[in-house]
Design a protein around this ligand. Structure first.
Ligand code: HAM
Length: 410
């Protein structure tokens, strides 16, 4: 038997419905915030992710599904969505047409991680990317949008925020931090030691408890922000307070992707185990330029659909559509005709095999159909059908064409 690959899974029945419910809810909210749908390829040149997500990140270093295609190109299955959307933004030359551009997307992402609960090798994200808006109001908007999505889905969360500074304040802070890290080198783990040289800020986010103990006194980014970054971070906090969106400032939140500047945030859930991040994002004002475009401020987020699926209860479904059942073999043909007509307007389940009344009524319940339509011998003779509304419990026998007329009129 061939099984799915490790860390990859099928979405079937309730899981598939839950997946669609999350995507549809998030898409609706995104559209209300002025975002339009974008679809970008799953395969991109490896260089795109190396440059954007960052050479020193775990994603690029250890987790990429990278291979040479038949034409000898170095390609990669996207580990995240932002890089591809920025590439598409540049391919469409939107950096040269000043304006505000907002995109939402969803789809599979691939990271060759060690699979565990909440951590897959193929998982799905829903994400939004907003280009051309420098104001911190947009950072707030993006966070408020996620809060609205989670509220609509009726799931709880904690919001963590931090500021990662900008090119005016980051280099100086980095130097301070590297100085501190060097004095604690011996106590820090191997990964942290490697990062002191490649990406010292990532050290702050090490999960190792010994490292964390030694980092408690490390200089904090938010104490070293330039005036602009400081003001923006204060404004963001005020806006969140005013909107009643609770948050915690987490000075060690640095995110695992290298492209962030200024606002960084994560939504976490305490109800799904160790892999608790259900959404993450932030501002990435340098990335468009870094990938060869004109300087364009940008901010965005992605949420992890599988992790959210653990938290979402599907709303109770109302009865819907028609169940058509034949009680005699000759009734199949007229019912099939009726089904084709009805399907222009309504969901129809048709049961071909002739069955008795009780068995059909069980089928009606199983399908959660609102209406039962049955044709037996006497209905066939008179060109009528038997109809029951399962909500009002009303039932009647009526001519087939009169029935169709009422449905089309509705
Ligand atoms: P990220 O934090 O790497 O950010 O991923 C976003 C979300 O994807 C996470 O919060 C988590 O819910 C989910 N996720 C990540 N890895 C896995 C995995 N292995 N298994 C299951 N779920 C996972 C980004 O990808 C950025 N592109 C977000 C962004 C958009 N920033 C700006 N714009």
């Amino acid at each position: 038997m061939i099984k799915p690959l490790r860390g990859m899974k099928d979405l079937i029945f309730e899981d598939a419905e839950r997946f669609l419910y999350i995507v549809e809810t998030a898409s609706q909210v995104a559209k209300r915030y002025g975002y339009g749908y974008i679809e970008t390829p799953i395969l991109e040149e490896t260089a795109l992710f190396k440059r954007s997500v960052g050479d020193s990140s775990d994603i690029v270093n250890k987790e990429m599904y990278q291979f040479e295609d038949k034409g000898g190109n170095d390609v990669c299955m996207r580990p995240e969505g932002t890089a591809g959307v920025v590439r598409a933004f540049l391919s469409a030359k939107l950096d040269r047409q000043p304006g505000k551009y907002k995109f939402y997307y969803y789809g599979p992402m691939f990271r060759y991680e060690r699979p565990q609960k909440g951590r897959l090798r193929q998982f799905h994200q829903f994400g939004c990317e907003s280009f051309g808006e420098e104001s911190v109001y947009e950072d707030f908007n993006v966070i408020a949008m996620i809060a609205q999505i989670f509220d609509t889905l009726d799931i709880g969360y904690r919001l963590l925020i931090n500021s990662l500074g900008c090119p005016a304040c980051m280099p100086e802070y980095r130097e301070k931090l590297v100085g501190y890290l060097h004095t604690h080198k011996e106590a820090l783990c191997e990964d942290c030691n490697r990062r002191i040289e490649t990406n010292p800020v990532r050290v702050l986010d090490c999960k190792n408890e010994t490292c964390q103990r030694h980092l408690s006194e490390a200089p904090k980014l938010i104490d070293n922000l330039c005036e602009r970054c400081n003001d923006d971070f204060a404004t963001l906090r005020c806006l969140l307070d005013d909107a009643g969106i609770a948050y915690e400032v987490d000075t060690h939140l640095v995110r695992g992707l290298d492209y962030y500047t200024k606002t960084a945030f994560e939504f976490v859930s305490d109800a799904i185990g160790a892999q608790s991040a259900i959404a993450g994002g932030g501002r990435y004002d340098r990335l468009v330029e870094y990938l060869g475009g004109k300087p364009t401020p940008a901010v965005g987020f992605a949420l992890g659909i599988e992790r959210i699926m653990e938290l979402v209860a599907l709303p109770e479904k109302d009865r819907e559509g028609y169940y058509l059942g034949a009680m005699t073999p000759e009734a199949v043909a007229p019912l099939l005709k009726l089904a084709n007509e009805l399907r222009r307007y309504e969901k129809v389940h048709m049961e071909y095999g002739p069955k008795g009344f009780k068995s059909h009524m069980k089928g009606v319940d199983k399908q959660r159909a609102r209406y039962a339509v049955l044709i037996g011998e006497s209905e066939l003779e008179n060109d009528t059908l038997w109809l029951k509304d399962l909500e009002t419990k009303e039932e009647k026998t009526l001519p087939c064409d009169a029935f169709l007329k009422t449905v089309t009129a509705r």
